[in-house]
Design a protein around this ligand. Structure first.
Ligand code: ZN
Length: 223
């Protein structure tokens, strides 16, 4: 009789211990799992936030006020020749590697400000045949290296020195006076080209469509 009671007692004790261990183990798992889930959700949130921030840094801004509505004559990729062009007289031929932002009649004798479209250093600032004053800035768009060509500027209005970093939206200079040396005798307008990679290639036109693939259309990047 005593043995039977002791046996039942021990058996009950073992059951209680096993149940306790089982419950304790489950409780810990419950605690750990939500933590893990929270951690993974948190990581996901952080990742998407980081991606947004990266994209935010790569967004390009307008080089001139009312930018998009000024692209009326030479959009990206238009094929022109002296015989067929929205501009007369025309001295160039080929596929347009940038976009042209036109000026209004009342801006011909006003200072028209040009702004950097992205963050990055100024890597070129010279008088160039075909442009007059030209500047090139190194930037990243969607994490890819690009160089941005700003053509037909008043060269002496560009205050930044070479290798000096320029913030997006900050003033770069003013447009050159139309039909003068400042624009190499072109109408008063901004030519803006975005070339893939870090090489400085300031060509405003290329002769084949496959070469055109080395440039990016500002209008498709600007939101
Ligand atoms: Zn142009």
């Amino acid at each position: 009789m005593n043995r039977k009671i002791i046996f039942i007692g021990i058996f009950t004790l073992v059951i209680i211990i096993l149940t306790s261990v089982y419950l304790l183990f489950n409780k810990q798992s419950d605690i750990q799992n939500p933590l893990n889930n929270d951690a993974s959700i948190k990581n996901n949130v952080d990742d998407s936030h980081a991606t947004n921030q990266l994209n935010g840094l790569n967004i390009i801004s307008a080089p001139i006020n009312n930018a998009l509505i000024r692209i009326t004559k030479k959009p990206f990729g238009i094929k022109i020749s002296p015989e067929q062009s929205p501009i007369a007289p025309e001295r160039f031929a080929g596929y347009h590697t940038g976009v042209d932002f036109e000026t209004y009649p009342d801006e011909q004798n006003q200072k028209v400000k040009i702004y950097a479209i992205c963050d990055g250093p100024l890597v070129f600032k010279q008088f160039v045949s075909g442009y007059g004053g030209a500047a090139v800035q190194q930037c990243k768009i969607d994490n890819n290296d690009v160089t941005v060509i700003y053509g037909h500027l008043n060269l002496s209005s560009i205050a930044d020195n070479l290798n000096q970093s320029i913030k997006a939206e900050s003033p770069l200079g003013i447009l050159g006076q139309g039909f003068s040396d400042e624009t190499d005798n072109e109408r008063k307008h901004l030519h803006l080209g975005i070339h893939k990679g870090n090489d400085i290639d300031i060509r405003g036109y290329v002769q084949t469509q496959s070469e055109l693939e080395d440039w990016i259309d500002f209008a498709t990047q600007f939101k």
